[in-house]
Design a protein around this ligand. Structure first.
Ligand SMILES: Nc1ncnc2c1ncn2[C@@H]1O[C@H](COP(=O)(O)OP(=O)(O)OP(=O)(O)O)[C@@H](O)[C@H]1O
Length: 658
């Protein structure tokens, strides 16, 4: 077994290897552009090499490897071989074997999965400890000899104080997480995970894994990651680049659907109706109601002659086309083509030949008729008209529901209409009825419990020919339409057969904090499995105060004495006052201390969290207790609950909890 010095020399070989790869990629950029056969392939090759060179040079510098596997002499596939495992593959000297194997390669799997009970031919698993890019030590587990222990390196990684954006967990992925990361590309999965069980981390690593294992297939469609808000996207934005993946689209659903700006807000009653799955039928019926029954023949002038297609045939064409399951816009084109074909058949019967120019001319002549029978429809126009006083041709909405979504003050035309966030979802539904949207090879949706049925449909349309990874926690549902059951949501997401898997080990929230948060769970009326916290460290303090701002300032000041980030989470309405109070006391809220509204806390984590006035968070909205549950579970090391008012009932046992 080598010494630490040997391993440090190995680091130098890796650094040299990386340098060789970068030089090689840069050289290839120069050569590749001049040697490739035709201009098109030269350009493609050039672009590919440039992006490789860019990727290599931009990659954040980190340790070249984090683990090593020594296989036993009896291994069938890797007898007596050793492999260093890292974030990316590093080529060896003189075309020899790589000095580092990518964590996603098949052989690396044993690093995450082997155990003393099932060593998978691994004699020794080594984990390395680093301080920046300096190798500081390693730990060995002689799995073949039944040796497997709590890893200090693993524990230190999980318990390290957090600063800045989310980091990858590639060195410490747990077996149950690895199962999800490497699930088959065609399999859609739904991960129900309590706070801090690594759902987001798993989703991002899955994106990286799928791109590695199925690059060709996914490059065409692409991979899309949908997060709940911009703050969250900023927080996770460094993970995929650190894993060498630069080309994954990361956005919010609102960002994806934003064809027009959001300039209006709905009442909750209106939003509830607009997000209801029944709106799909209302919109479909409203769109197809634009098609009218042909009552007159089409008369097409052609020189001195007039061609006629009679009502019966036209009706047949329109009815047949309606029966086909094709988008509305394609239907319009098809009707047009069929009318033109009917004219062509008549012309050919008369011995006239139909060339392309003639067919185009007939097509132009048919268009005004088509505009009357199967008109072009703009989504904004259709929705504007519908909201004037929804006719609800389908008869699926109640009078009250129809009244709720009727414009309070109708805009002068659809062009001056101000749209709400829910309207954007409806506009997307209509746009996709008219024309199929771009689909992705794989879509990862985080905080999926908050999606409405109509939003689920928007996601389903983008993953109709690909697969989905759905990440969420029913207990953290805060929207009025949040999910209460996964099978129902998977159905709406178009993957009714998707597997639903629960993650139950928490890596963020310390056990004492989990206990407090769990006292809320029963009141949330969702069935989710109990969580076990990996962390026995951590601190919880519940402090009654007479003046909230003063209490929060004191807690924040004390928190600054510890290492790591600090988040003060308060009801949205209290944020301004608390920010001023911290500011007035000279606390630096631009640095590692931030104040954030409870509505923005989802998905984020801070080393030290101060939850200000739980009662105010709980009563601020319909699912205020769920919101409070989210706020309480953001802490990595310490949670301070500061309250001037009584705690909301399910949380009223501070003495036992503290
Ligand atoms: N295997 C692991 N090794 C080290 N850290 C991990 C591991 N799994 C998760 N973590 C860490 O635990 C924290 C929580 O992970 P993540 O944010 O992915 O959880 P989550 O389930 O999405 O949480 P939430 O539902 O609260 O948003 C992160 O800091 C993440 O890096």
């Amino acid at each position: 077994m080598e010494t630490l010095d040997d391993e440090r020399r190995y680091v130098e070989r890796c650094t040299a290897g990386l340098r060789r790869m970068l030089d090689g990629a840069r050289n290839n950029v120069i050569v590749g552009e001049t040697v490739a056969g035709d201009r098109y392939s030269a350009e493609r090759l050039g672009r590919h090499l440039k992006s490789l060179a860019k990727e290599l040079s931009e990659e954040p510098e980190g340790p070249p490897f984090f683990g090593r596997l020594d296989f036993g002499a009896g291994s069938a596939e890797h007898p007596g071989r050793s492999y260093h495992i890292g974030r990316r593959h590093i080529t060896g000297e003189h075309g020899g074997p790589p000095v580092v194997i990518d964590w996603r390669a098949p052989v690396s799997r044993a690093f995450y999965r082997a155990s003393a009970r099932d060593p998978q031919d691994v004699a020794v698993r080594r984990r390395f400890g680093w301080s920046g890019t300096t190798l500081t030590g390693f730990e060995d587990e002689r799995l073949a000899q039944g040796e497997e222990g709590e890893s200090k390196i693993l524990a230190a990684e999980i318990e390290r104080p957090r600063v800045g954006p989310m980091r990858d967990i590639v060195a410490t992925i747990q077996p149950e997480q690895d199962d999800l990361v490497r699930a088959d590309v065609d399999t859609s999965i739904c991960v129900q995970g309590a706070p801090g069980t690594g759902k987001t981390a798993v989703g991002l690593h899955r994106a990286a894994y799928l791109l590695y294992a199925h690059r060709h297939r996914l490059e065409r469609g692409g991979v899309l990651v949908l997060g709940p808000n911009r703050a969250f996207l900023g927080y996770i934005s460094a993970v995929l680049p650190a894993l060498g993946e630069m080309d994954v689209e990361q956005t919010t659903l609102a960002g994806l659907l934003a064809t027009v700006p959001v300039a209006a807000a709905d009442t909750e009653a209106a939003a509830m109706v607009k997000h209801d799955a029944r709106m799909a039928q209302v919109l479909r019926e409203a769109l197809y109601a634009r098609i009218s029954r042909p009552l007159e023949p089409v008369v097409v002038p052609d020189g001195s002659y007039r061609w006629r297609v009679y009502e019966n045939e036209l009706r047949r064409i329109v009815d047949d086309t309606r029966r086909e399951s094709i988008p509305y816009g394609v239907g319009r084109e098809r009707v047009k083509a069929r009318i033109v074909a009917a004219v062509r058949d008549q012309a050919e019967t008369r011995g006239q030949t139909a060339n392309a120019a003639w067919l185009r001319q007939i097509g132009r002549a048919v268009t005004p008729y088509l505009d009357a029978v199967w008109p072009n429809v703009k989504p904004e126009e259709l929705l504007h008209d519908l909201l004037l006083g929804p006719e609800d041709v389908a008869g699926v909405l109640t009078d009250a529901e129809r009244a709720a979504i009727t414009w309070a003050k109708p805009p002068r035309s659809f062009k001056s209409a101000k749209w709400s966030a829910a309207d954007l979802v409806l506009l997307d539904e209509i746009a996709c009825l008219i024309e199929r949207p771009r689909g992705y090879g794989h879509v990862i949706v985080d905080e999926a419990q908050d999606l409405s049925p109509m939003e689920c449909r928007a996601v389903a349309r983008r993953s109709a020919h690909g697969s989905l990874t759905v990440l969420g926690d029913l207990a953290q549902g805060t929207t009025p339409w949040a999910a209460t059951s996964w099978p129902e949501r998977m159905e709406l997401l178009g993957k009714p057969d998707g597997e639903i898997i629960a993650l139950t080990t928490g890596f963020r929230v310390p056990a004492v904090v989990v206990e407090l948060a769990n006292t809320l769970l029963a009141a949330l009326q969702v069935e989710v499995p109990e969580t076990r916290s990996y962390r026995s460290d951590g601190r919880l303090r519940v402090t009654p105060v007479t003046a909230l701002a003063k209490g929060v300032v004191a807690a924040a000041r004390e928190a600054l004495g510890f290492e790591g980030s600090i988040g003060v989470i308060a009801a949205d309405a209290d944020v301004e006052t608390l920010t001023s109070a911290l500011w007035d006391e000279g606390l630096d809220i631009a640095g590692r201390l931030s104040v954030l509204p409870a509505s923005m806390a989802k998905g984020l984590e801070y080393d030290h969290v101060v939850v200000a006035e739980p009662a105010a968070i709980a009563e601020a909205e319909r699912r205020g207790l769920n919101r409070l549950y989210v706020a309480l579970t953001r802490a990595v090391s310490r949670l301070d609950v500061v309250h001037a008012r009584p705690l909301p009932p399910p949380l009223s046992h501070p003495a036992e909890a503290a």
